[in-house]
Design a protein around this ligand. Structure first.
Ligand code: SAM
Length: 224
């Protein structure tokens, strides 16, 4: 590694540790697995080179296809709400850059992630391979319909905002499973909603904090 590449790498390592301390722990994130994963995954790998300086900023970062890499705190908060276990099989809707899927792959056993934009599917696959995240499978498609062949899931996370929780996703949630998703009547303002599959055909829904995600476009989301 050249001297300047080495400086850049150690700079990112320092900023990652600061991000965990100042943006996550300082705001009450205590889930040890989430903190450990976010202290490990190199977020800069998933950021477009022109936005590299923003890799550890406390904001979403633009990526391909006019989409975003979600704000670190929001990812940590959503994953904490899922109370993830090392044996969990997880579905993510909205792969985007692949960063959040990489974080999930450090916490759970298997991660299935669906993205509607082919460009992002290719980008995420390449970056996940480069980073050595082997327990993640990415497919192109309408994630509002889930990935039924790989269901049931112990946890489902939806990384885009829809008008309601898709029935298809509830059907693919294992008994005892948890789902977290931004839901709102407006396309860019939502509340996080947590759904627990408590008993056969019984779901408990809790409304959480307000958020602003890009829209979930699909058969059980917003029209494209
Ligand atoms: N998890 C991502 C990351 O770590 O970079 C951030 C996701 S970004 C906020 C939301 C993503 O959801 C976008 O890439 C968008 O294209 C995708 N999306 C929107 N509707 C979708 C759908 N029906 N199925 C799959 N992906 C969808």
């Amino acid at each position: 590694m050249s001297e300047s590449a080495h400086d850049a790498a150690s700079n990112f390592t320092g900023r990652r540790a600061q991000m965990v301390r100042n943006q996550l722990q300082a705001r009450g994130i205590t889930d040890a697995a989430v903190l450990q994963a976010m202290a490990t995954v190199p977020r800069e790998l998933f950021i477009q080179p022109r936005y590299a300086e923003w890799a550890y900023d406390d904001t979403p970062v633009p990526t391909l296809a006019k989409q975003t890499v979600s704000q670190p705190y929001v990812i940590a908060h959503m994953f904490s709400l899922l109370a993830l276990q090392p044996t969990d099989r997880v579905l993510e809707v909205g792969t985007g850059s692949g960063y959040a899927a990489a974080v999930l792959s450090c916490i759970a056993a298997e991660v299935y992630t669906v993205e509607r934009h082919q460009k992002l599917v290719e980008f995420a696959r390449q970056k996940l391979t480069e980073g050595g995240f082997v327990n993640v499978w990415v497919k192109q498609g309408d994630g509002t319909l889930g990935w039924p062949e790989k269901s049931p899931y112990d946890a489902i996370v939806v990384a885009a905002g829809g008008p309601f929780v898709p029935a298809s996703l509830k059907q693919q949630l294992a008994l005892g499973g948890r789902l977290v998703m931004p839901v709102g009547a407006e396309q860019r303002r939502q509340h996080l909603v947590v759904v627990k599959h408590s008993e056969p055909d019984r779901f408990i829904t809790i409304q959480e904090t307000s958020v602003a995600f890009v829209p979930l476009i699909g058969a059980e989301g917003w029209p494209g």
